[in-house]
Design a protein around this ligand. Structure first.
Ligand code: NCD
Length: 374
């Protein structure tokens, strides 16, 4: 059992606007969100350094390997024994919620979930601040998914000013970020490219609703942590990457090319693409009566099975799921199709993140080394 709780970051930004402002800048972001190099509040992909991502992936692999053996499993279950985690999911979720809970379970922590906020005091008009301070009385961390881009940030800010700050991990923040999804995506890419020099210098094509897809946005931010990746986007013009994301990518020296024709980019550049990340059109954000009722992507942004001839057999095919029509099942026979591996990796990387938050990750990696002599 790991018996020391994480220490909260010491810097307390004053009001919420100051806290948000602090998240814009690399140094103050680290001060606000991490302590001794460990994540305490997990809100945006940019907060991780390349080295931290590598370590997190190594921890996920150690957990995955330990879990295959009785002795390893028994050890894992002792790591966070006695910890209690609240999973507050105010938006639909299958994979993310289940993999967070499965990851916590692997390490022996107890999970409680609230999905229907109408059964909680939010429905009586309680503020985010009061609600999370209440939860912090009973839990050691909060995992939160909410349609409001700023909910998790506000929760972290409120707790940082309280007498009992506990870690807050975003499990999807509105249209803005889905940090842990991008961590599992990077973990999957790293595995797929392990015999091809890693993620550095690879070309990734992201297809779909970039403006509103938090998984796509977080992945793009996280790719900046690797050396010279190239990023192609194929998206309807109205869902192109927003200026803030584009500026960030450009500032980090990432070559970005935006295409409005998927077929065209695949015909022209398909052989140079190392991974394709397909996303769903985020139609839940369309206003009622906007006329866009048919679910699924337009024909032009469906990765059609016949496009296979334009790409290499080793091109990695990914999707955060759920999918509608944009990634037809015929792709499952493509050698680079790793979507189901992504799902399972969600559990390993989230377990690794919990371990890292509570400072138990070194012990896990050391145990795996001893057991497997790697
Ligand atoms: C994504 C989400 O909820 O943001 N799904 C997920 O967490 N795996 C992507 C989506 O809903 O399209």
């Amino acid at each position: 059992m790991h018996d020391e709780g994480p220490e909260p970051p010491t810097t307390r930004a004053g009001d919420f606007e100051a806290f948000k402002q602090g998240l814009q800048d690399n140094d103050s972001r680290r001060e606000l969100l991490t302590q001794h190099g460990r994540p305490f509040y997990v809100l945006v992909s940019q907060q991780f350094s390349g080295e931290e991502i590598e370590t997190l992936c190594d921890t996920a692999t150690a957990i995955r390997r330990l879990d295959r053996h009785r002795q390893g499993r028994d050890f894992l279950r002792s790591v966070l024994q006695g910890y209690r985690i609240m999973h507050l999911f105010a938006q639909p979720s299958t994979r993310t919620a289940q993999s967070f809970m499965a990851g916590a379970d692997k390490l022996g922590a107890l999970s409680k979930q609230v999905t229907d906020l109408t059964t909680s005091s939010f429905a009586k008009g309680e503020s985010v601040e009061d609600s999370v301070r209440t939860l912090s009385s009973f839990f050691d961390a909060i995992v939160v998914r909410h349609s409001d881009d700023e909910f998790a940030t506000r929760a972290a800010w409120a707790l940082s000013r309280s007498g009992r700050p506990i870690p807050v991990i975003s499990a999807g923040s509105g249209k803005s970020q889905h940090v842990t999804q991008s961590l599992l995506d990077i973990y999957t890419l790293r595995y797929s490219f392990s015999k091809r020099g890693g993620i550095h210098g690879k070309t990734v094509l992201i297809i779909g609703d970039i403006a509103r897809n938090r998984a796509a946005r977080s992945l793009a931010y996280l790719l900046t942590k690797f050396k010279q990746p190239r990023l192609f986007f194929a998206c309807p013009e109205k869902y192109a990457p927003d200026p803030e994301l584009r500026a960030y990518l450009e500032d980090h020296g990432i070559e970005v090319v935006i295409h409005d024709s998927l077929e065209h980019v695949l015909k022209e550049r398909g052989r140079h693409i190392d991974a394709i990340y397909v996303t769903r059109l985020q139609q839940e954000w369309d206003s009622a009566g906007s006329g866009e009722k048919k679910l699924g992507a337009d024909d032009a942004f469906i990765l059609k099975p016949e496009y296979r001839e334009f790409i290499r057999p080793d091109c990695v095919i990914m999707h955060p799921l759920p999918r509608v029509n944009e990634l037809p099942v015929e792709w499952e026979s493509h050698p680079g199709f790793v979507v189901w591996r992504q799902v399972r990796n969600g559990m390993w990387i989230r377990a690794a993140l919990f371990a890292s938050v509570w400072g138990a990750d070194e012990e896990i990696r050391a145990r795996a080394r001893r057991l497997f002599l790697t």
